[in-house]
Design a protein around this ligand. Structure first.
Ligand code: GAL
Length: 812
């Protein structure tokens, strides 16, 4: 045994520094695909001539490349963009020296109904557009000079099949995975790390490994090294394994970690586990032979839902400041890009958001990796419907055949992420209204608990009467999740005695960024009922960005947060939504094509209410003034200020005081009613008489010039990294012109391309792909993507009648 241990430790030390961050020894398989939009059943054949097909790299979403169309089969609910059928093919060679290895292909997500062939052999179909899946390629591969062909058919033609924009295509990453030749290897999603007991002083850590392969008489040893967040090795564990029985075995290791560094939303400490499986050579003095390596990231944290006190993380009370997010990345559509997800999360983090609900489907793996690293709690949601449909061609059609497999795969894939703190088995599921809800809820919860007994399960319910809600009646949920119905919170403890609670979805307030209907004292519920889509409103289809408009089933942001804040038993909320998303353009019809619900618009520009949350959810000093200051003389305008860290705010118009205001009671802002005069509106916040912050808005003159502001001047020359550039239309004195809608043209020199353009306007029918876009209320967004070359990149913006501008970036 000593001998084995010595050699395995040697192996660990010699490989330790080179351990990759990925969870499996996989090669990114995104490059060099061919694409055809349309159907050709012969394209699955290896000899098919795809030379005329378009060349592209994945991830790819063909819907986002298309034109908005009122008549689109997908309807405005899905963004009014093209859907249909598309084919992808990739031709690749494998070295003759690899012939002893096994290969598999991993798809992180394909929307939807993907079918895959390797060298003409059919590998299978996966209807669910949000699930990750693997096919074994080994028996059908060629090695050496003969090429292999993977063909993928994607069928998103049956419409409508979603209540929001889905995207179409292989929109997440693809990986080529190699596993050892003799077949003994870690299973797909083959580790499960749990931390059943945690105190300040010690955490017990259990590691479970699933190992697959044919029975094998050789002696194996499993060596696991645990690294802390600084890459320091803190523990090594070894264990002999016997693989003589059966084709799947479970191996457990466990240890006590002294002084664990806990994962939290403020300090998201991550540990890394590198596990090596070696067999012991039968030849004396030969070192053990490394067979397979598996890397897993995990965190140590405990949490609790209390029926009276709400949520706590690591023993400390924590209100869940969550938002719901759909998966699209604005102008990039559904095509996954790690930097694009990171930017969304950075914007939300700066607002004080600490939790995301992945409404209403499993997210991209990169999203969870980022939430682990950045400190977000995640409610990982499985389904938007079960056996009963919400749309004619939605997942209800696949429910019977696939729901078990899809749910198991989701939980197995995501159960090591410390960010994932609960599972949701469904959103506003129709079965809550009939007794089948009891049976299905029980079945789904049992599946989840079988794969992961460590996390609570909820479901986002919309029927708030306990005796009428059959999912609730299943008594299978650990935490009751309720969407909307804030009016029911006061009686919750009476109606749901002993239950723990989370507001799975709230608010559904509506805003267009930078648009204000001058008075703000009337709260509108809109549309007035489910039948009247458009009974009143603005002819330009804007919604005022004072927080005073909500869908009739929702509440304004302030109404919602006030009530969540009031009760301790309310663990927290998930606001619908963090960002605007494509599709579901409530309350307006075409040409509205994206949602108005976001705290942040589709381009990533915060709406004003963002600062209400920031003033409440962070300790940062906040003073934010709205609206803009360009009105018709004499117009009476409401001026609001969100602030914190101060006891009063004084407003000045052209240096004349309009009075001091203080938030009273549960106020979340202060307001003045001001007859408009052009000039400078200035707010000053003070604490104990000392100035904390000053904020001013000036009446802008005519558009005169363009300003470009890059979020980062240095990007990676890896073909994926992005630079987000905000274009602002300014007057001659440098004030942003709040009504500017000038058409901006962009050009780039150097190794980068334009990945997307947008302005956050819900009714814009301009394409997201292109080199020009109009500004909306003074702002426009340009997304620049690096190429796999280093160099200087110059980005220019011009517009007739405006002074253009050029900025420089470096890509390396
Ligand atoms: C909810 C639903 C969400 C979204 C939202 C819009 O009822 O769960 O998916 O449709 O309404 O307000």
């Amino acid at each position: 045994m000593k001998f084995k241990l010595y050699f395995c430790l040697f192996l660990v030390f010699s490989c330790g520094m080179a351990v990759a961050q990925q969870h499996k020894p996989a090669e990114n398989f995104n490059q060099g695909w061919k694409f055809f939009l349309g159907n050709d059943s012969t394209a699955s054949k290896p000899g098919f001539d795809d030379s005329k097909w378009r060349k592209l790299n994945l991830p790819h979403d063909w819907s986002i490349e298309g034109a908005f169309n009122e008549k689109a089969a997908s309807t405005t609910n899905e963004g009014a963009l093209p859907t249909g059928i598309g084919w992808y093919r990739k031709t690749f060679k494998l070295a003759a020296a690899s012939a002893h290895q096994n290969f598999a292909i991993d798809f992180d997500g394909v929307y939807k109904n993907s079918e895959v062939w390797i060298n003409g052999h059919y590998l299978g179909k996966r209807p669910n557009g949000y699930i990750s899946f693997r096919y074994n390629l080994t028996p059908y591969l060629h090695f050496g000079s003969k090429a292999n062909v993977i063909a993928v058919k994607v069928d998103n033609s049956e419409q409508p099949n979603s209540r929001w924009y889905s995207g179409s295509g292989i929109y997440r990453n693809v990986w080529l995975v190699s596993v050892p030749a003799d077949g003994i290897h870690f299973a797909h999603w083959g580790t499960f790390i749990t931390t059943p007991k945690i105190t300040d002083k010690v955490a017990s850590v259990n590691l479970n490994f699933t190992i697959n392969g044919e029975p094998d008489p050789r002696e194996y040893v499993l060596t696991t090294v645990i690294y802390d967040g600084n890459g320091k090795r803190i523990k090594t564990l070894t264990k002999d394994c016997n693989l003589t029985q059966g084709s799947t075995i479970q191996v457990n290791q466990s240890f006590n970690m002294e002084s664990p560094q806990l994962w939290s939303t403020d300090h998201p400490h991550l540990y890394k586990v590198v596990t090596k499986l070696c067999f012991i050579s039968l030849i004396a003095n030969e070192p053990p032979v490394l067979v397979d390596t598996y890397t897993t990231t995990f965190g140590i944290r405990s949490f609790n839902f209390d029926k009276d006190k709400g949520f706590s993380l690591n023993g400390k009370p924590l209100k869940i400041h969550g938002v719901c997010m759909h998966h699209d990345l604005g102008a990039l559509g559904a095509a996954v890009n790690t930097r694009a997800i990171e930017r969304q999360l950075q914007i939300l983090k700066a607002m004080g958001c600490n939790a995301i609900r992945t409404s209403h489907n499993p997210p991209a793996p990169e999203f969870l990796d980022l939430c682990d690293k950045m400190g977000f709690l995640v409610m990982d949601e499985a389904f938007d419907m079960w056996a009963k449909k919400k749309n004619k061609f939605d997942y209800y059609k696949d429910w019977k055949a696939w729901h078990r497999v899809d749910l198991i795969d989701q939980i197995k894939r995501d159960r090591n992420h410390p960010s994932v703190f609960m599972w949701s088995i469904g959103n506003e599921i129709r079965e809550q209204f009939d007794s089948s809800g009891i049976t299905i809820a029980k079945e789904l919860v049992a599946i989840v608990k079988f794969i992961d007994p460590t996390r609570p399960v909820t479901s986002a319910l919309s029927e708030n009467k306990p005796d009428k809600n059959f999912i609730y009646q299943s008594h299978a949920l650990d935490v009751v999740g309720l969407n909307y119905h804030t009016e029911a919170y006061a009686d919750f403890k009476k109606n749901y005695p002993g239950e723990k609670f989370i507001a799975t979805e709230t608010t559904s307030a509506l805003e267009s960024r930078g648009h204000y209907d001058a008075l703000s004292d009337t709260t509108l519920k809109w549309p007035h009922n489910s039948k009247s889509k458009f009974t009143d409103g603005n002819t330009d289809m804007t919604v005022s960005a004072y927080d005073n408009v909500a869908a009739y089933w929702g509440t304004t942001h302030e109404e919602t947060w006030k009530i969540i804040k009031k009760y301790d038993f309310l663990s927290g909320l998930f606001v619908w939504t963090g960002f605007d998303y494509i599709g579901e353009p409530t309350p307006y019809p075409w040409p509205a094509r994206s949602s108005y619900f976001g705290i942040v618009d589709l381009a990533g520009f915060p709406k004003d209410v963002y600062y209400m949350y920031q003033s409440e959810w962070t300790d940062k000093r906040v003073l934010h003034l709205l609206p803009h200051w360009n009105w018709q003389p004499g117009k009476v305008v409401d001026v609001w200020a969100y602030y914190n860290n101060a006891d009063e705010v004084e407003l000045f118009l052209n240096d004349k005081s309009l009075g001091i205001k203080k938030k009273q009671g549960d106020d979340l802002h202060v307001a003045w009613r001001v007859p408009y005069q052009p000039g400078t509106l200035r707010a000053v916040s003070r604490l104990n008489g000392k100035v904390v912050l000053t904020e001013q808005i000036k009446t802008a003159g005519k558009p005169a010039k363009i300003e470009l502001i890059a979020d980062r001047k240095n990007i990676k020359g890896d073909g994926n990294d992005l630079c987000y550039i905000t274009a602002r239309v300014l007057d001659a004195d440098g004030n942003m012109v709040p009504y500017a809608d000038n058409l901006l043209k962009f050009s780039i020199t150097g190794p980068a391309t334009i990945a997307g353009v947008d302005n956050g306007q819900q009714t814009s029918l301009e394409p997201f792909k292109g080199n020009q876009h109009k500004a909306f209320n003074g702002l426009c967004l340009l997304i620049v993507q690096s190429r796999q070359i280093s160099g200087k990149v110059s980005v220019s913006a011009s517009s007739p009648g405006l002074n253009g501008v050029t900025i420089n970036l470096v890509s390396k």
